[in-house]
Design a protein around this ligand. Structure first.
Ligand code: NI
Length: 263
């Protein structure tokens, strides 16, 4: 049985405060073999790193989410770099980073500055980027191209745009992260993406505690529910869920540079 690779989780989130230990120590019984825990705010990074240090199967991504950049100074990028280069932190990517224009108080210039700085950091560290992009399709693509983010490689996490946009990214060698949303009845565009995109560029993710798949929509998400995502993708593509889990886990190990650690 192939182990599930959850490529994007937030187990440091307060939603897991009560039972984090219990959930994490039970994941392997549910076939989950690997988790990458992803940072959002700069001052939350130590909590992410603590999990990677504590659990063999957890790796970390360090970076600042676009809506968490407003209070930061440019020089704070050095703190992200210091976290990233410490081997004990098991950092495998820079993320999540990107652009999010969803909220009325959006500071676009600040977001763009930090997106560009963190792409540059990823290129220097030779790590892939985990891209969060919401209501900002054109500017995200522009910056990805202008900063040559292709040199770092990356994934469009929780992909929410048109199938045509997915094709632009996969043609550049970027991966597409697919999670619980693909199981939602009204997720027509994402189902189309999941059905048509190159299988070798697909990653499975929870984004937990958010975005639990059907039939658990609205509840707290965790990595054991990824199998419902795999089942939906399998039926869209006419393959088995085991096959989806096996191929996406292989993709994730290649993406994060963890091939040597496969037992
Ligand atoms: Ni996330």
């Amino acid at each position: 049985m192939e182990l599930i690779f959850d490529t994007h989780a937030h187990y440091d989130d307060a939603a897991f405060q009560e039972d984090r230990e219990e959930i994490l120590s039970g994941l392997s019984e549910h076939g989950v073999g690997y988790v990458v825990d992803v940072s959002a705010a700069l001052d939350g990074i130590p909590n992410v790193l603590a999990l990677a240090q504590q659990y063999d199967f957890i790796y970390s991504a360090v970076g600042v989410h676009p809506t968490e950049t407003y209070e930061l100074e440019t020089a704070d990028i050095q703190k992200v770099e210091q976290y990233a280069i410490e081997p004990a932190n098991k950092v495998v990517a820079v993320g999540e980073i990107g652009l999010d224009y969803h909220y009325p108080d959006t500071q676009k210039e600040k977001q763009k500055e930090w997106f560009a700085m963190q792409i540059d950091l990823a290129k220097r560290l030779q790590m892939p980027i985990l891209v969060h992009s919401r209501d900002a399709a054109a500017d995200t693509l522009d910056l990805i191209k202008a900063e040559n983010a292709r040199d770092a490689g990356g994934v469009l996490h929780c992909f929410s745009y048109e199938p045509e946009m997915a094709k632009i990214y996969t043609d550049m060698g970027f991966y597409i992260g697919i999670g619980g949303v693909v199981t939602f009845k009204n997720a027509r565009k994402l189902k189309e993406v999941a059905a048509q995109m190159p299988m070798e560029l697909m990653l499975l993710e929870t984004d937990c505690p958010y975005l639990a798949p059907e039939p658990f929509r609205g509840r707290r998400n965790d990595s054991t529910l990824i199998k419902y995502v795999a089942e939906t993708i399998a039926s869209l593509r006419g393959m088995s869920a085991e096959e989806v889990i096996r191929i996406t886990a292989e993709n994730a190990r290649r993406f994060y540079g963890l091939q040597k650690e496969v037992k």
